[in-house]
Design a protein around this ligand. Structure first.
Ligand code: HEC
Length: 163
């Protein structure tokens, strides 16, 4: 299924994707070396944070105020640059099943981080990482990104439908 995003947002999402590949590879390396603190640290640094991924996956009215707070908190910790406009556009333009899969991936990554030191078992972490990667593959099988002018959320002006 094609998903249409403005070119800028598409670029941004692909950049995050490349980050996920770096995350998965670094976690694999850390786990095989038994560096469980690193396994935890890597999971905690993945963007978006779990709470943000939850908001992204939700439907309903704009959640601008809590987003703004979260953005400034992130800015303070030197994280991604705040961009509430993009966040709302992504929420509008990405189909909900896509956003739910993003959340599923993010939750699976959070599991890796949560269990790293608690279980202190590299094999357990690797199994969890595999579950993360199954979500990557499922989503890649289902969607591709296109650059364009999405108009999701705004009904056609004429009522005749889209061109
Ligand atoms: C919710 C959907 C979704 C999830 C989850 C997801 N991806 Fe993607 N990813 C995509 C889409 C869509 C593309 C663009 C594919 C296309 O247009 O052909 C993409 C592209 C990529 C690219 C190519 C980036 C580029 O510069 O072109 C990489 C690398 C990637 N994903 C890695 C990952 C990894 C690793 C994970 C899991 C840890 C992951 N992705 C999870 C949807 C997803």
């Amino acid at each position: 299924m094609p998903v249409t995003l403005p070119e800028n947002d598409r670029e941004h999402l692909l950049e995050e994707m490349r980050g996920y590949l770096v995350y998965a590879t670094a976690t694999l390396a850390a786990a095989v070396e038994g560096e469980m603190i690193e396994v935890q640290r890597l999971a905690e640094q993945v963007h978006p944070p779990l709470e943000r991924a939850r908001i992204l996956a939700s439907d309903g009215p704009s959640l601008a105020p809590p987003m703004a707070e979260q953005n400034s908190a992130q800015a303070a910790t030197g994280g991604h640059r705040p961009n509430p406009g993009r966040f709302e556009r992504m929420r509008r333009n990405l189909p909900q099943p896509f956003r739910l899969m993003m959340l599923q991936m993010r939750e699976a990554i959070a599991d890796v981080g949560r269990d790293a030191l608690a279980h202190n078992d590299p094999l357990h972490s690797l199994r969890q990482l595999q579950r993360v990667q199954e979500v990557c593959v499922a989503c890649h099988n289902a969607y591709r990104l296109e650059a364009g002018q999405p108009d999701a959320g705004s009904p056609p002006l004429t009522g005749v439908g889209r061109p």
